[in-house]
Design a protein around this ligand. Sequence first.
Ligand code: AMP
Ligand code: MG
Length: 453
Amino acid sequence: MEHLSVSEARRVVLESVAILGAEQVKLEQSLGRVLAEEVRANRDQPPYDISAMDGYALRSADLAKVPAMLEIIEDIKAGDMPSKILAPGQCARIMTGAPMPQGADAVMRVEDTEAKADNRVQINQSVKPGHDIRRLGENMRNGEVVLGPGTEITPGVVGVLATVKCAQVQVYRRPRVAILSNGNELEGLDEPVDPNKIPNSNSYALMGQVQALGIEPVLLGIARDDPKELESYLKRGLEHDVLLVSGGTSVGVHDYVRPTIEALGAKMLFWRVAMKPGHPVAFGIIPPISSKVAEADAVQGVRSAATQAYLEDRQGSEHRATQQCAAAGTFVFGLPGNPVSSMVCFEQFVVPALRRMMGHARTHRRTVTARLTHNVKHQPGRTEFIRVLLAKEEGGYTATSTGAQGSGMLLSMARADGLAVLPADSNGLTAGSIVAVQLLDGTALQDDAGYKE
Ligand code: AMP
Ligand code: MG
């Protein structure tokens, strides 16, 4: 199979996955989800003309000559309904959000008035009709579509949903994601420290990356480099929409991921991508075993031993809660074992896939352009992702490498604000060159407000 470029591989991934079905959640649980329905206003907002200020509702014609003295005939608080109609020379004391009384056509804020004895007020300025009035329906009209499917539920959207009384919201389902690490040398988090072993960091770094997208993944643990063991772990992964397998995807004699996944019926769409780090990264689709075998059974009118074994295996697994096997099968990503490579590949391929499945219109990480503060060497051939720190400068950002870029150097990933992208055909870049930097999670925030007033 040819080595795909990063963008070709990402296209293959995005063309393969689709938005999952919808489910209903409470408004209180909807933040960060994606709307799966059209939402309409259930009434006019505001429901009548209201005052935008604490002040006086009055007739603008009375202020043709200022100062003018007006008689206060009523006090209208938010929540009250006015009971009087203003005649010439009259006004009503009114609070923000309270309905305008009939006869009034403007509001004068209290700061521009002088209260006098005997329920009178002196107004020192004239105003145009409509001044400081919020008009009936200016926010939304009854029946108007205010939100559409695909809208990401931000705090502002939660507010709009509450405004139209959507206590239950239809959102796209979040993918079920399982994470499996693979390798004889790996030591679990709960195992005692063995100087000859390598701590399993990938399961947890990937878990963090998945959680950062609002999904709680299932950690399947560590499979040893043994085809039988790997197969039984992979089968558990098939109860999920997405399976991330780290390690064992290379071409070493003990890298069993490829043959084992293929034996489970996976249709592999790529095995190699021209990128650094992350060269041995794979993507494929494993059809639901149950349906495949069950189809054959249906033809024969029997339940085959394979179906029986499969069903028993699933019943014995500790993942009964997720028993509905993904209807579309399981998308499997074979991520490289090197800790930085697996995280970089996740950012390039898994982030867009999971975001698309959740219904997000924006599937990619944000990028900024930055000025390199130093030279960067590069051999043409593969797209390279360099861990960098960003700093603000007048008009943009600078990017500086976090240090040695070995694909096992996880600390340099932990410190990075982003990944500077060196195009595959580059011969290296000199200090001052402008690069695109893909922001890593959390770096969309910054130290200060970032604007002058
Ligand atoms: P592999 O892709 O299996 O050839 O592994 C490449 C490198 O990544 C080896 O040095 C492994 O020890 C290391 N590695 C593989 N899986 C993990 C993991 N889950 N956590 C930390 N390092 C790993
Ligand atoms: Mg290995």
